[in-house]
Design a protein around this ligand. Structure first.
Ligand SMILES: [Zn+2]
Length: 159
């Protein structure tokens, strides 16, 4: 895998399980973790404020979480968005559940930036195009610096 900062990352098996076990790290570090969940900048996309929350336990679907865990994962999503909004990083978000076959379940907290709308019009219909654009055009040291700063804000304010 190539991470958001254009570095090659090596691991074996499930990427999320490897990340949970700290078999690889991102240059920005982890935003937040507790005994059940892990919150981090998206590994591959250099988009500011794009966070992923995953359960530490391997599962493929939302319904495999306990009721208590479902409440907790939304508490983490809500808190992350709140911090990003209060720090004027982004105001609106798309929250996406990904239940891909043979893939560790995770929730995407995807910021809706004006540049995305200018680029593709309808964000939801063109998520792939936005990701491709980001991988080609947003790999700059200034952007990496800001991604790290945003992770630090989450680290500091996530109580
Ligand atoms: Zn896994």
């Amino acid at each position: 895998m190539i991470n958001y900062a254009n570095e090659i990352v090596n691991f074996k098996g499930c990427p999320s399980c490897a990340y949970v076990k700290k078999e690889f790290v991102l240059p920005c570090g982890l935003a937040y973790e507790n005994d059940r969940f892990i919150l981090s900048q998206d590994w591959e996309l250099p988009i500011k404020g794009f966070f992923i929350v995953s359960p530490k336990r391997h599962m493929e679907t939302f319904s495999e979480l306990t009721e208590e865990e479902r409440i907790e994962i939304f508490r983490i999503v809500n808190k992350t968005i709140k911090i990003l909004r209060l720090n004027n990083i982004c105001d609106r978000f798309n929250v996406i559940f990904e239940e891909k076959t043979n893939t560790h379940f995770h929730i995407w907290i995807m910021p809706r930036y004006q540049w995305m709308e200018e680029l593709v019009g309808n964000i939801r219909d063109n998520i792939g195009k936005i990701f491709e654009y980001a991988k080609i055009n947003l790999r700059t040291s200034e952007n990496y610096k800001q991604i790290k700063e945003i992770t630090n804000i989450i680290k500091r304010e996530f109580i």
